[in-house]
Design a protein around this ligand. Structure first.
Ligand code: ATP
Ligand code: MG
Length: 404
């Protein structure tokens, strides 16, 4: 059994960030610290890579959490040994005995940050390479894609050995792209859209429209639980609940059925845009996917989008449903999303919504409504909750214990 002391973290795309690099690295360190805050670990972020010092924390748990942090290209668990050549040889040999199988290729990749150490990196590579040849008859060196790439990092306090590379989540550190407002329903698509926005560094706030009593507390809770799932990728998320009942009743009573969906969407977008403005967001994110339903034809999108100039990011717009579901399963939102709760958009939905609405007609029907007043009241009535983590496991057990 190998006992790891720390994890060496590689940054990936960050290395291309030029002048902003320092800021990206600080944010990444902050995000890593955030997901590991209840463990005794320490995060040290340098220019080229970061180190997570385990200080007794279980490597597996730390690795599971790091896999979800955007901005990490890969990481390697490492073993700390004394800065002493004899010890180094013993440890490398012991490690090779554990992992080497006949015919495997290898390379030694030494880096000497501590120039007081008696061998330079070329000499370390040579010495350790010879050691492997002497002990394993069929071992072959290979520079590109060897089976075993043994990294030896000589630092002032110790030497660190690592040979395993675990793929990180890629992307950019959450928060480095600024803030956006995610329109989060209880469906499959919008949580995936939120995840993909987080992946490119956007810090999100979730905006959810609820129309009680037409929509139930269960539907609201589902949206919050989905938000909880997204916190694994970037930390706490502000959940903003918008009271939407009055607007939906007004539209139902005063607009023709065929335009109900179009007008409802236009109101949603106006409200999100207002909230975004008040809360310092730069963009709106939604889960629209081209052609999926009547509101997601190009014609509909154009008429709905006409209420704002704010950029709307639609991360899943060109994906097939199955591709979206694949991601939903990977981020563990799928099983929640398919729970059968009503969404506000479907409660009064007519059987035949317009797939090709006209902007002048939409605007004409809106003249019968107090658009500004309705929007202002909805915005004034928002409720904000901070969602700090995924608590669906606890809830499941609570509900289960009620049944016993
Ligand atoms: P989803 O699976 O995300 O619900 P969908 O394919 O069911 O998407 P719609 O229900 O037409 O599509 O919704 C399109 C988008 O509008 C959603 O992806 C979401 O961004 C937004 N939206 C729909 N309902 C709500 C809601 N109740 N609160 C906030 N946003 C919503
Ligand atoms: Mg939906």
């Amino acid at each position: 059994m190998v006992v790891y002391n720390e994890i060496l973290v590689r940054y990936g795309e960050l290395s291309t960030k030029g002048k902003n690099r320092g800021q990206f690295i600080n944010r990444l360190a902050h995000n890593m610290q955030n997901v590991l805050s209840d463990l005794p670990v320490k995060v040290q972020a340098n220019r080229d890579h970061a180190h997570v010092i385990l200080d007794g924390a279980a490597y597996e748990e730390v690795a599971e959490r790091l896999k979800k942090v955007f901005g990490l290209q890969s990481f390697s668990p490492s073993i700390r040994i004394e800065a002493d050549i004899a010890r180094l040889k013993d440890e490398v040999l012991a490690l090779f005995k554990m992992i080497y199988k006949e015919g495997m290729t290898f390379k030694i990749q030494a880096r000497r940050a501590n120039h007081d150490f008696e061998l330079d990196s070329t000499e370390i590579n040579q010495t350790l390479g010879d050691l492997i040849f002497d002990n394993f008859d069929y071992a072959k060196v290979q520079m590109k894609f060897p089976d075993i790439a043994m990294r030896v990092e000589v630092r002032s306090e110790a030497i660190f050995l690592s040979y395993e590379t675990i793929k990180g989540a890629g992307g950019l550190p959450v928060g480095t792209a600024g803030r956006g407002h995610l329109m989060l329903s209880g469906g499959i698509d919008s949580p995936v859209a939120g995840y993909l926005a987080l992946k490119r560094g956007v810090e999100i706030e979730a905006v959810h429209f609820a129309s009680p009593p037409y929509t139930s507390p269960g539907a609201l809770k589902k949206a919050k639980d989905l938000t909880g799932k997204l916190t694994a990728f970037g930390g706490a998320i502000q959940f903003i609940e918008v009271p939407f009942t009055e607007i939906q009743e007004e539209i139902r009573d005063k607009a023709p059925q065929t335009y109900l969906m179009t007008l409802t969407r236009r109101f949603m977008l106006r409200i999100v845009d207002k909230i975004r403005e008040l809360r310092d967001g730069k963009i709106i994110i939604n889960g629209e996917s081209l052609g999926q339903v009547a509101s997601q034809t190009l014609g509909s999108m154009e008429v709905i989008n006409a209420v704002t100039n704010t950029p709307i990011i639609r991360p899943v717009v060109t994906m097939d449903k199955l591709e979206i579901i694949d991601i939903a399963e990977k981020i563990d939102t799928f099983n929640l999303s398919i729970l059968p709760f009503e969404d506000c958009c479907t409660i009064f939905a007519p059987p035949n919504p317009k797939t090709n609405p006209k902007l002048d007609k939409a605007e004409f029907y809106e003249q019968k409504l107090d658009v500004e007043g309705l929007v202002a009241r909805a915005v004034a009535g928002i409720k904000i909750d901070v969602i700090t983590g995924d608590n669906t496991d606890e809830v499941a057990t609570e509900e289960f214990s009620d049944l016993l």
